[in-house]
Design a protein around this ligand. Structure first.
Ligand code: AHM
Ligand code: MG
Length: 335
């Protein structure tokens, strides 16, 4: 039994503080939450409902699509297209902007998402997540163009992620701190369990895919090398390392107990400055991390200030505990 604050109650109470709020945003979030509950159910049932495994197709990034990538993308579209709050959607799994069908009214928001982040983990039953970002359409009630989505992260109205882990959680920000909700499956509601989440400023835990080490730039090489030297090295303390290969799980760990996460620029493929995508991975996570007192950067600039140039643009990401990220940024400044 719980008698906590439900997500719906939380959103409505937040909206009361916003002058001229129409209820549109609350209604949009409600639909989004429904999509997340449906995805949580599909991920949780897994092999029982035949959703595991890969398809023959690739997405625009040239990555093999999992069945669940496509199913969850469809769930996000169907649940959010009909209500009249959106002028368009964009997703990791769709090459182009998704136009709201003519039979539905258009609204003033844009929804950008990665429906199933970390989906390489699905078949091995490790945590995956959904990441989303809500922007205001430059011109409301008109079908959105690709350019309409190319807004810097500071313009986000809301960002969040759902983590399908040992429990399903929804963590979100509207620019007034970060709050975490846990899904009570029997009741069917998200309940506020992690109010005002804050990232500890200091940490002894780093996360990076070390198999890419030979491709890293010197500042990242130096940082990781110094962590590995532990007590005997210049940092004077032993570090711990984690790599889940699910950004949602890594960011959630960092929000819970601190840490630093890096998918830095590397020389593996000169056409790709980093692996993660700006609009639906780096920007929403950076908004959340900053709102929780952390820092998020490419190494050279604040991610939220970047002017996007394409829907599927990739960026280097270094985020987490403030003082630790500052160490890495200092090494970038030194060159
Ligand atoms: P995806 O959106 O195709 O799942 O890729 C993003 C994921 C992140 O969740 C994670 O941090 C990273 O890719 C893991 O990459 P790697 O396979 O190099 O470990
Ligand atoms: Mg992803």
């Amino acid at each position: 039994m719980h008698n906590g604050t439900t997500l719906t109650q939380f959103i409505i109470e937040e909206q009361r503080h916003i002058a001229n709020a129409t209820g549109d945003f609350t209604a949009l979030l409600n639909d989004l939450v429904t999509a997340i509950k449906v995805i949580s159910n599909a991920v949780n049932k897994g092999a029982l409902i035949g959703v595991m495994g890969a398809l023959d197709s690739q997405n625009v990034q040239g990555e093999t699509q999992k069945k669940l990538d496509v199913i969850t993308n469809e769930i996000m579209i169907r649940t959010n297209e009909w209500a009249g709050h959106l002028a368009g959607m964009a997703s990791e799994e769709m090459d182009e902007v998704y136009a709201i069908p003519n039979k539905y009214p258009l609204g003033k928001y844009l929804l950008v998402f990665d429906p199933l982040d970390g989906s390489s983990n699905v078949d091995i039953n490790i945590s995956v997540g959904t990441i989303f970002s809500i922007l205001r359409a430059p011109v409301g009630n008109r079908a959105a163009s690709m350019e309409d989505f190319l807004q810097p992260g500071v313009k986000q109205v809301c960002a969040g992620y759902a983590l399908y882990g040992s429990s399903t959680m929804l963590v979100l920000t509207t620019g007034h701190g970060v709050n975490g909700f846990t899904l009570d499956r029997e009741v069917g509601e998200f309940i506020l369990t992690h109010p005002d989440m804050k990232i500890p400023a200091d940490t002894k835990e780093f996360a990076i895919n070390a198999s890419n080490q030979r491709f890293w730039e010197p500042p990242v090489q130096r940082y990781v090398e110094e962590c590995l030297q532990g007590k005997e090295g210049p940092r004077g303390r032993d570090f711990n390392m984690r790599w889940v290969a699910s950004m949602v799980a890594e960011v959630h760990r960092i929000l819970t107990r601190g840490g630093i996460f890096m998918y830095p620029r590397d020389t593996k493929d000169p056409a790709k400055p980093g692996k993660l995508r700006l609009l639906y991975e780096a920007n929403p996570m950076s908004f959340i991390v900053e709102q929780a007192g952390g820092v998020s950067s490419t190494g050279y600039e604040r991610i939220l200030d970047m002017q996007p140039e394409g829907l599927h643009q990739r960026v280097p990401v270094i985020l987490g505990s403030k003082n630790e990220v500052e160490v890495v940024l200092g090494y970038h400044r030194e060159g």
